[in-house]
Design a protein around this ligand. Structure first.
Ligand code: UT7
Length: 350
């Protein structure tokens, strides 16, 4: 038995905002950001981000990414009814797992349930995962576990979807320039192929909750609930200690790659692609220098999308898949880190 990714999809809002657009106040937001293209590129590798319009929520982007993955799995070739192909494949789903830090609603319902309804996945259970930017890595392992424990379970949709531009503080240039909106989805199937030869080989998951305050939205949960008529002393925005997260991230990426390879008994030469969480190109460069891995092994698309948190790895996988970069049998290593703090990685035979 193997747990294989059989299709991918992604969604990015059409509004593309460059670094210059932010600096010149030409991005549709209320403020002109005190920044410039040179600073953002040299400190992060980001050139642009996609920003969702008013009224677009997490499940809307997730839905589009899900539809793309389902129509690919259905073999939809551009002719005939796309919706019918999607609806039929959706009925084959046992689970929808959606990783996000920016759900439609806090607490409930899960955004995965909204997607479940809209694609008509009537047989599927649905839930969200909160594991910060590592959410997709957690989600894939969760799907594999859930599919493995019962013979009659066959398929799961794992989605990462974020609308971070709605929770950043647009007056804080240290964070607002980093994030973008988007969603990525993979369709996972339990097949009869031998374990260890195809699909998900191994996953490492970890957390260090002592870093809870380094990346947090403090207002709105039960720790600091909204109160009628209050003076807002704790902001409702994403707050981040950039330096602390940076140091954690370099260590997490380096150790996760080393540990995955050591546990699997392989070398880095056996790995075709490393797909890191796209938070900052400098984090990747610092890690690859420590590991002595050539830069070409890392897939980076942060220049176009900025940091889309739990969506960044599945967006990357979809771009690689549709761009012809992934070949059957290739060994892919994903590695993520983020709020929680959390970290982890998957080794996947494509
Ligand atoms: O998904 C996981 C989430 N987060 C991360 O992975 C983030 C990890 N951290 C980072 O990527 C980096 O810490 C940042 C990119 C956020 C910041 O880079 P840095 O090199 O640590 O910059 P800094 O915060 O120390 O700021 C250096 C200078 C400051 O000016 P002064 O005090 O030296 O005069 C900032 O005010 O850069 C200034 N600065 C900016 N300048 C222009 C900060 N943000 C900006 C900006 N444009 N957007």
């Amino acid at each position: 038995m193997a747990i294989e990714i059989i299709a991918t999809g992604k969604a990015a809002p059409p509004r593309r905002v460059t670094n210059d657009d932010l600096a010149q106040g030409k991005w549709g937001g209320a403020v002109k950001i005190d920044t410039n293209d040179e600073w953002i590129r040299s400190h992060t590798g980001i050139g642009a981000r996609h920003i969702a319009d008013e009224g677009i929520a997490c499940s809307d982007l997730a839905l589009e990414a899900a539809k793309q993955a389902l129509s690919l799995a259905a073999g939809w070739d551009g002719a005939g009814e796309r919706d019918a192909a999607i609806a039929e494949t959706a009925l084959s789903l046992d689970f929808i797992i959606l990783a996000t830090a920016t759900p439609d609603y806090y607490g409930c319902p899960a955004s995965a349930c909204v997607v479940q309804d809209k694609i008509g996945a009537k047989r599927a259970a649905a839930m969200d995962i909160i594991a910060g930017c590592t959410g997709f890595v957690y989600g894939l392992e969760t799907a594999a576990g859930l599919l493995s424990v019962r013979a009659d379970r066959k398929r799961a949709l794992v989605i990462g979807s974020e609308v971070l531009t709605k929770v950043v503080d647009w007056n804080d240039r240290g964070t607002c320039i980093l994030f973008g909106d988007g969603a990525g989805a993979v369709l996972v199937e339990k097949t009869d192929n031998p374990a260890g030869k195809r699909g998900l080989l191994r996953t490492i998951l970890g957390a260090d909750g002592s870093g809870e305050e380094f990346l947090a939205i403090r207002r709105g949960g039960t720790r600091n609930p909204w109160k009628a008529g209050e003076t807002v002393d704790i902001p409702p925005h994403l707050e981040m200690d950039g330096r602390a997260v940076y140091n954690f991230a370099v260590k997490a990426v380096t150790e996760t790659i080393n540990n995955l390879i050591a546990e699997e008994g392989i070398t880095i030469d056996d790995v075709a692609w490393i797909v890191p969480h796209q938070a900052n190109a400098r984090i990747v460069q610092a890690a690859l220098k420590r590991l002595g891995i050539p830069e070409e092994k890392f897939f980076l698309n942060i220049e176009e999308y900025a940091n889309t948190s739990a969506a960044s790895i599945p967006i990357a996988l979809d771009e690689m898949n549709r761009g012809g970069k992934l070949h059957r049998g290739d060994l892919i290593l994903t590695v993520g880190f983020g709020g929680g703090l959390t970290y982890g990685g998957n080794l996947i035979v494509w």
